[in-house]
Write a protein of this length. Sequence first.
Length: 297
Amino acid sequence: MSQFTKDADWLDWHPAPRKPSFVVPDGAVDAHCHVFGPGDQFPFAPQRKYTPCDASKDQLWALRDHLGFSRNVIVQATCHGADNRALVDALNASGDMARGVATITQDITDEELRELHNAGVRGVRFNFVKRLVDALPFDSLEAIANRIKDLGWHIVIYFEAQDLPELYDFFTRLPTTVVVDHMGRPDVSKPVDGEDFGLFLKLLSENENFWSKVSCPERLSLLGPSEDYRDVVPFARKVVESFPDRVLWGTDWPHPNMKNHMPDDGQLVDVIPHIAVTEELQHKLLVANPMRLYWSD
């Protein structure tokens, strides 16, 4: 029994996702997922904005196998703050089949950075979604970026489309590879060739160190699962076809803070061939790109 009580409106991850119709290529990587706790073993952070259900590494491995994937990239969840113990535990138990993206603070020592690297961490995530953080992490990001560059790590940034204009110049000064979560959360009610999404495409086009995850249609879609999230497809397909060597895909399991429905991870996998429509694009998205970014050493 966990010492934590999940939020009253928390939606637990899908207990029985379907087997996808789409068979992913050999060696496919789920490049965006999380572990939560278990809370009695890895307590959630006192300053967290939400209290989730438990979602353990063993449950993540079971989903990986069920969906046909080979590897995972585990992203530190905000409910754990900068305490990366649950992440490191999962990486150490993965048999080199997982890599990690950590959350760190400016006071981390070089020795602690090296320990994270040895465990399999290859990036640091910074959250610019205003409802999820108390303050935007400009100063800490700049300081940390210069320290992790020598390790060959990258930066992961999470923001919402309406905030990109004010963040654009800051982001383009970052000295490392930068991976954008979920296409910068575009408003899919607007045209894919419109001004708003155009700014995101400009960011990728003019800055070759920028990558994008074409993940989380369940967070972006206005049509929802009954329509297979098809309103998100043109946006993701545009990114995949424009920047085929700089895109990643992930489930986002166990789907933190979903409020209107809990997605079926098998259904999410079946969206992939609609956004990466050839075997070559699918292989880049699911195998070649994540392997190059996370397992190149």
